[in-house]
Design a protein around this ligand. Structure first.
Ligand code: FE2
Length: 171
């Protein structure tokens, strides 16, 4: 038990929340967060690739929307990475790790029609929604705050999916 009569200092204060929540909880959470850091980082890079190479009908709307989407996925990657680090565990967002472990389908090279661009980006969103849905379900028994992070991202990502897909959807 902590002695509340003595003010904590750099030597006595707990270093991280692993010692509060337990290493099992932290590592249990990390198994869901690490794949999300990877996928969201891959999506931010590929989102720019799509932004640069999209051509055709509805060009300007899609070109600009892809930048908004990139801002979102970058912010979410940061949110997930910082949740992991806050729990006392490292994340691996190195470019080699992202390239070798992302589950996002590869984009086609070069200039791409607006309809194919939307299909490619939406397929990357769907790959990440799979991870999110499994994580939201499984974190229910492990850590509700991390589950809340995933729920927030899922809500935003589904909205971005709708915004993108509306460009090619049949009315
Ligand atoms: Fe740009």
């Amino acid at each position: 038990m902590t002695d509340t009569t003595i003010a904590p200092n750099a030597e006595t204060v707990k270093q991280d929340t692993t010692s509060i929540w337990g290493a099992d909880v932290a590592s249990g959470v990390a198994q869901f967060l690490q794949p999300l850091v990877v996928n969201l980082t891959a999506m931010s890079v590929d989102g720019k690739q799509a932004h640069w190479h999209v051509r055709g009908q509805n060009f300007i709307g899609l070109h600009e929307l892809l930048d908004v989407y990139v801002d979102h996925v970058r912010e979410w990657a940061d949110m997930v990475a910082e949740r992991t680090v806050a729990l006392g565990l490292p994340v691996d967002g190195r470019v080699q790790t992202v390239a070798s472990s992302t589950t996002t389908p590869k984009l086609t090279e070069g200039f791409t029609s607006t309809s194919d661009t939307v299909a490619h980006v939406v397929s990357q969103i769907d790959a990440t929604l799979e991870i999110l849905h499994k994580g939201i379900t499984d974190l229910d028994d492990i850590d509700l705050s991390s589950q809340d992070v995933l729920i927030e991202i899922e809500r935003g990502l589904v909205k971005d999916r709708w915004m993108l897909f509306a460009h090619i959807a049949q009315a």
